[in-house]
Design a protein. Structure first.
Lengths: 285, 260
């Protein structure tokens, strides 16, 4: 079949007005899904904001409840663990403030990746929207929440007079690297968890484990000679490329390389799965 | 001009959950007519549509008829692009507006206006385009200042009006409807019908699944009779309905309510 042109109707047709289940390879269609999803930023940014508003609509402080609870968490954990680890608060509190906020972001990527398709079943079964829109919506939503949580670091940094300097700009690149990784993780988890409904609880336990083995609360230096244990934890590197610049250090090259490799390998695998199973997602729901 | 072409389209559902054995029993006991079989991995699959060939052109108003489990909903979802065929090919030209669920995406805590915007955004209408239609939609709902309040505060009838207005705000090229929207509010009925029919008339192609003959006769010029995922007959609406009822009268009364 060839693509006929219908003059006159072109003006009425909206983006993606031709839908053909068999004109291209599955890989090309998976790629289109990702591309179209990115192009529909107006939709997912609106939905992301909507999710936030929905969650906090009837509260006085709105999403600043998050800021408040993060403040309490950083304050109390900072005092307790700072004492336990015999660290001075001036160094430990900023470290903890970035670490906890960023870890919360990573954990919700993992958590919400699992339910990104399941919770939108009515939508997915009623309207054809690129699957990537649902992922980008969750990504955007959590980025907004991160924006509220990182305020605590800004306050702590002001109090202790910390200025990251030029190195701080690297945090933007670090965040971008985290988001690129979050994209494939959420897409992959979304597919797996939609197909196998007993996976989300497993992921829940894994997140808990990761929290303890990743240096969020404790400093990697505490491992002493066994620092190599960190090298294999990709989440340590993803945390480090954001945390180190904000604290005024340049992250080690190995963290960048590990983050990039993780992204490349993850996207290759996820894309292969996505090309293969994209059209099954609606059936699994 | 919109067009829809189905080429040898089949849809197989794999049943994952539950004990296969008891599920199989359950399915065989009920009136489901989709064909059950085991696939290569010994999973139970239901063939919801098998080798469907269909071409719909501008001006076609198709009514889908058939018993429960005949594949009407599945066919509509295939046309909407929600279910991609497991075999065969579908090509749709023109933007599709699926109206399967009036309450889709209705957020009880958001205002009426926000809900209208959300609904439109799902169908790719954003920004100025929806704002320019907002007055018309608002006037139709007759909700006035209530549109600024959360939908939670609405009565059932008001919610229905809002959902209906939001759903019919965007002019469709290809309109798909599952079960003619049962509008029960009598005061609202006539107005809704006028709007709905105007909405239907502006579409290039319309496909509706319904068990109500009057609806099919009023809205459609063709009917498609599905049974076990295959086309039994397609043709002028009166002919197909007559044949369908004759067939049902011969065996058992057709189920008049509920859906698969």
């Amino acid at each position: 079949m060839t693509t006929e042109s219908f003059p006159g109707s072109a003006a009425r047709q909206r983006s993606g007005a031709v839908y053909d289940s068999g004109d291209r390879s599955e890989a090309a269609r998976a790629w289109d899904d990702l591309r179209e999803g990115a192009l529909r930023w107006r939709l997912w940014s609106r939905l992301g904001w909507h999710d936030i508003r929905k969650r906090y609509r009837r509260s006085v402080l709105g999403p600043f409840w998050l800021t408040l609870s993060m403040a309490v968490m950083v304050g109390s954990l900072g005092l307790i663990y700072g004492t336990l680890f015999r660290l001075d608060l001036e160094g430990y509190l900023p470290f903890l403030a970035v670490g906890l906020a960023t870890w919360t972001l990573i954990a919700s990527f993992l958590n919400e990746g699992c339910i990104s398709f399941i919770e939108l079943e009515p939508l997915i079964k009623n309207v054809r929207i690129p699957m990537s829109v649902h992922i980008l919506r969750a990504l955007w939503r959590n980025l907004i929440i991160y924006g509220h949580n990182i305020v605590i670091f800004a306050v702590v940094a002001l109090v202790f007079g910390i200025w990251p300097g030029a190195a701080g700009l690297l945090a933007v690149a670090g965040l971008a690297l985290l988001l690129v990784n979050a994209g494939w993780i959420m897409l992959l988890l979304g597919m797996i968890c939609t197909r196998f409904r007993d996976v989300p609880p497993i992921i829940g336990s894994v997140i808990q484990l990761l929290f303890f083995v990743t240096p969020v609360m404790w400093k990697p230096e505490l491992l002493g000679d066994r620092r190599y244990l960190m090298v294999l934890n990709p989440f340590y590197h993803l945390l480090e490329v954001i945390r180190a610049p904000l604290l005024g250090h340049v992250p080690g090259w190995e963290s960048w390389v590990a983050g990039l490799l993780f992204a490349a390998a993850g996207w290759v695998f996820t894309f292969a799965c996505f090309a293969r199973f994209r059209k099954r997602i609606a059936y699994w729901l | 001009m919109a067009s829809i072409r189905l080429n040898d389209v089949s849809v197989d559902f794999v049943l994952y959950q539950g004990s296969a054995r008891s599920l199989k029993k359950t399915l065989l006991r009920t009136s489901t007519s989709g064909a059950l079989k085991h696939d290569a991995h010994h999973r139970i699959t239901v063939k919801a549509l098998s080798n469907l060939n269909l071409t719909l052109e501008h001006g076609d108003r198709i009514g889908l008829v058939g018993g429960n489990g005949a594949g009407k909903t599945t066919l509509l979802r295939v046309l909407a692009g929600v279910y991609e065929p497991t075999a065969g090919r579908i090509r749709v030209e023109g933007s599709v507006t699926p109206l399967f669920d009036l309450g889709l995406g209705l957020d009880m805590d958001a205002s009426g206006y926000d809900n209208i915007r959300m609904r439109a955004a799902y169908f790719g209408i954003d920004g100025d385009e929806i704002e320019s239609k907002m007055d018309d939609i608002a006037a139709f709902t007759e909700l006035g200042d209530y549109l600024d309040l959360p939908v939670r505060t609405y009565s059932a009838g008001m919610t229905l009006r809002l959902a209906f207005a939001a759903a019919t705000a965007v002019d469709p090229e290809i309109l798909l409807m599952d079960e003619w929207i049962a509008v029960s509010d009598t005061q609202f009925l006539e107005k809704a019908q006028r709007r709905a029919e105007g909405f239907v008339n502006r579409s290039s192609i319309m496909v509706v699944a319904s068990h109500v003959d009057e609806v099919l006769k009023r809205l459609c010029n063709k009917a498609l009779w599905l049974e076990r995922g295959t086309v039994v007959r397609i043709g002028p609406v009166d002919e197909v309905l007559a044949a369908y009822h004759k067939h049902n009268a011969g065996s058992e009364p057709a189920p008049r309510d509920g859906d698969e």
